[in-house]
Design a protein around this ligand. Structure first.
Ligand SMILES: Cc1cc2nc3c(=O)[nH]c(=O)nc-3n(C[C@H](O)[C@H](O)[C@H](O)COP(=O)(O)OP(=O)(O)OC[C@H]3O[C@@H](n4cnc5c(N)ncnc54)[C@H](O)[C@@H]3O)c2cc1C
Length: 339
């Protein structure tokens, strides 16, 4: 367990904003957790920092998850139970599972960050969410000082949400997850964009590797690469509104993209709403809105977290004023008093 005092955090998040932490602790094994205390008001767990905006310094401790590894733990023939530890790079897990002849993660290729953060917001992409393949989550309960397990049903998963992100935020350190992956591949091609990408390569009946490669190509084209331009992916969630509300919005904005979320709610495209308000490609100093994807806020170099947050508030307020729809952040903002 390595520790450091008064460390710069610029390279710890994909936004690449300057901030400092009073203390940083690297967690290498579950045993390290038993030796630490977590103060929810000031402390923070960081994985790859790809879904976080640091709007100021962290007065407490930043815990870094360095518990790595992945392996098959049970083979039922048609499916395999895979254990992945929280400090493992998510995309390396996806690639490893494909090499092992297992499918289920291909649509989630190239999502930045570490395995331990994946349940936090039930990561999802191209019509698939983590919750569909997750069997259980193991976590250290800071409150009770012991390891606990949650079945998928107990995780409170929803669109970009879970109990770990909402009602139990700051209570658990996710140490490992268990995934049920399939030997027989069933393609999930609900997204037009994904089918079109495969079509461009004349692939009508793709295998899991081809779907993964198509997802990677699409993501590289659509999203700014955080190693070149600081960002945290989608800054806001796609808002979900009632069917009646969606209908009245469509009467005013005829081209508004919307998708059924469940029986009673409709998901709207936050990127479209932001673009309608003229923000795409907008820049204020080094804080900006991506010119490739209006949902992505970017750091052109030396923007502070506070400047990016102020821009996010202006985007949110203008969408609310013009459309009546309130955008909620998908990224987590720290210190939490700044949200
Ligand atoms: C270019 C880009 C594209 C993206 N695309 C997608 C996408 O398609 N779909 C999607 O869902 N997300 C996407 N994201 C967001 C992000 O990659 C995911 O949310 C990812 O799971 C975050 O992982 P991380 O390790 O970087 O988490 P961090 O950013 O370090 O942390 C995120 C949150 O989880 C908490 N946390 C992290 N690790 C643990 C742990 N072990 N135990 C308890 N709490 C923990 C943190 O405290 C924080 O609240 C994208 C981000 C970028 C930059």
């Amino acid at each position: 367990m390595k520790t450091g005092e008064n460390l710069a955090l610029k390279s710890f998040t994909t936004f690449g904003v300057a901030a400092r932490a009073a203390r940083v602790v690297e967690i290498d094994s579950p045993a390290d957790l038993a030796r630490c205390r977590f103060e929810p008001a000031t402390d923070l767990v960081l994985g790859g920092g790809s879904n976080v905006l640091l709007a100021g310094d962290i007065d407490g401790t930043v815990f870094l998850n360095r518990i790595r590894g992945m392996r098959a733990v049970e083979d039922r023939g048609e499916s395999v139970l895979v254990e992945a530890r929280g400090g493992q790079l998510w995309h390396s897990l996806v690639l490893w599972s494909l090499r092992e002849g297992l499918s289920g993660l291909e649509n989630l290729s190239l999502i930045p960050g570490l395995v331990g953060a994946a349940p936090m917001q039930n990561i999802g992409a191209y019509g698939v969410e983590l919750s569909e393949v997750l069997e259980r989550v193991e976590a250290w309960d800071w409150q009770q000082g012991r390891m606990v397990e949650f079945s998928t049903a107990e995780c409170g998963f929803a669109y970009r949400d879970s109990r770990f992100k909402s009602r139990d935020a700051g209570r658990f350190f996710i140490t490992r997850i268990f995934l049920r992956l399939a030997r027989h591949f069933t393609p999930r091609l609900d997204y037009d964009e994904l089918r079109e990408e495969l079509g461009r390569s004349n692939i009508a009946a793709p295998d899991a590797h081809q779907v993964s490669r198509a997802v990677i190509m699409l993501r590289r084209r659509k999203l700014p690469d955080p190693t070149l331009l600081g960002n945290a992916g989608s800054f806001f969630k796609n808002p979900q509104v009632s069917a009646a509300e969606a209908e009245s919005l469509r009467a005013r904005f005829r081209d508004l993209p919307s998708f059924p979320a469940n029986a009673s709610t409709v998901k709207l495209s936050a990127a479209w709403l932001i673009e309608q308000c003229g923000w795409k490609g907008h820049r204020e100093g080094d804080a900006g809105v991506s010119d490739r994807h209006a949902l992505v806020l970017v750091n052109h170099g030396n923007a502070s977290g506070a400047e990016i947050l102020a821009l996010a508030h202006r985007v949110r307020d203008s969408v609310l004023e013009r459309t009546g729809v309130r955008l909620e952040p998908e990224a987590r903002i720290y210190p939490e008093t700044r949200t």
